[in-house]
Design a protein around this ligand. Structure first.
Ligand code: ATP
Ligand code: PRP
Length: 302
C-alpha cells in the first residue's frame, strides 16, 4: 500500500467535507479536470496528501484508488472518486452517486493464446495470479464448489504488471483489467471471461453528516459531466419543416423555438449529444436548415 503524507493540523479539517481523490494513476488527471470544472479550488503543498480548498469548506485527501472505498465506507471520508472494480474488490458498502464516464474497462480472466483454454472451468484447480484476489476467489470458489477439483483453484496476489505472470510460469491464467487490449495482446494473452465492467464513480458514505453539502458537490460534478457530453446547437428552419427538425433534435425535454422577423422561419436552440453532432448537422442540412452553429458547453445543470 502506498504511503500517505498528511502533515497538516487536524483542527484545520474540522467542519470540512472530506473528499478523497486518487493520488496517481489512470484516474488522477480526469479527477483534476472534474475538480476544476466544479470550481473546487485548492492549494496542495508539494508531497502533501491533504489539501484544503481555498473557496469551499472542503479538504481533498489524495489516496490510492484501491483504498478509497474502505475510507468512505468506514465514514473516515465523506465523498470519494474511485473505480467500481475497487469498490467490488474492497467488498464494502458505499453509495454510488454518479457514474463519471471515464476509467472504463473490463475485469477479465485471461490465458495464454496458445494454452488451448477457452473456458474458465478449464482453470479450476489451477493457478491464477491477480491484484483482485477477493473478486477472483469469489468467482472461482463457485466453480470449485460445482466441479470439486482435487485441490482448490489457487489465487495469488501481485500488485501490478499481472500480465507477465503466465510468461514467468507463475500462473495458468490471470484476472486483470482490459481496456484497449494492447497490454493483454502484447503479453500473448487472450480474454476468456468478463467478470465485471467498471468505470470511475463518485461515492459517498450513506451516514455522513454532510449530506446537504454532498448533494451540492454532486450537482456540480453532474453539471461538469453533462457539459462534456453535450453541445449546444442553434439553427434556422422553415416553420413548415419544424416537425421534421424536432424529430432530428428533440432536445432533453423540448427544443427552444424562437420566432424570427420573417414569419416563415424559426430559430431553434437545443442540446445535442456531442458524439452525434456531425450526423445531426448532416440531417439538418438535408431538411433545409441554415446557419447551423454548434457551441461547446462550459458547464450546465440539467
Ligand atoms: N487501462 C485502463 N483503462 C481504463 N481504466 C483503467 C485502466 N486501468 C485501470 N483503470 C481504472 O483506474 C483505476 C485505478 O487504476 P490505476 O492502475 O491507475 O491505479 P493505481 O494502481 O492506483 O496506479 P498505478 O497503476 O499507477 O500504481 C482502476 O481501478 C480502474 O478502475
Ligand atoms: O487494455 P489496455 O488498454 O492495455 O489497459 C490495460 C492495462 O491497464 C492497467 O494497467 P496499468 O497500465 O495502469 O499498469 P499496472 O499494470 O502497473 O497496473 C491494467 O492493469 C492493464 O495492465
Amino acid at each position: 500500500m502506498s504511503s500517505v503524507n498528511i502533515n497538516i493540523d487536524v483542527k484545520e479539517l474540522e467542519g470540512r467535507l472530506l473528499f478523497a481523490i486518487p493520488k496517481k494513476g489512470r484516474l488522477y488527471q480526469k479527477c483534476q479536470q472534474l475538480l476544476e470544472g466544479a470550481d473546487i479550488q485548492y492549494y496542495r503543498r508539494n508531497r502533501l496528501d491533504i489539501a484544503l480548498s481555498t473557496n469551499l469548506p472542503v479538504a481533498l485527501i489524495f489516496l490510492p484508488a484501491a483504498d478509497i472505498p474502505k475510507f468512505v465506507a468506514e465514514g473516515k471520508i465523506d465523498l470519494g472518486i474511485t473505480g467500481q472494480d475497487m469498490i467490488a474488490e474492497s467488498n464494502v458498502k458505499v453509495h454510488q452517486l454518479i457514474e463519471l464516464g471515464f476509467g472504463k474497462c473490463d475485469l477479465c480472466i485471461q490465458v495464454p493464446v496458445n494454452s488451448g483454454i477457452t473456458d474458465p472451468r478449464q482453470l479450476v484447480g489451477k493457478r491464477i495470479v491477480t491484484s483482485f484476489t477477493h473478486l477472483s476467489k469469489e468467482y472461482f470458489r463457485k466453480l470449485d464448489e460445482e466441479l470439486k477439483p482435487e485441490k482448490p483453484t489457487t489465487i495469488n496476489y501481485i500488485s501490478g504488471s499481472v500480465e507477465v505472470s503466465c510468461n514467468m510460469g507463475l500462473a495458468d491464467g490471470i484476472v486483470d483489467l482490459v481496456e484497449s487490449g494492447e497490454t493483454m495482446r502484447a503479453a500473448g494473452l487472450t480474454r476468456i471471461y468478463n467478470i465485471m465492467s467498471t468505470q470511475a464513480v463518485l461515492i459517498s458514505n450513506p451516514h455522513s453528516e454532510q449530506q446537504e453539502f454532498i448533494e451540492k458537490i454532486k450537482g456540480r460534478i453532474k453539471g461538469v459531466i453533462a457539459a462534456s457530453k453535450y453541445v449546444y446547437c442553434t439553427y434556422n428552419i422553415k416553420r413548415a419543416d419544424l416537425p421534421l427538425a424536432v424529430k432530428i433534435t428533440p432536445g432533453r425535454k423540448n427544443p427552444t423555438v424562437s420566432p424570427l422577423e420573417n414569419d416563415d422561419w424559426v430559430s431553434i436552440s437545443v442540446m445535442v449529444n456531442k458524439k452525434d453532432c456531425a450526423d445531426i448537422m448532416d440531417k439538418l442540412e438535408n431538411i433545409g436548415a441554415t446557419d447551423i452553429i454548434i457551441f461547446n458547453i462550459d458547464n450546465c445543470r440539467t
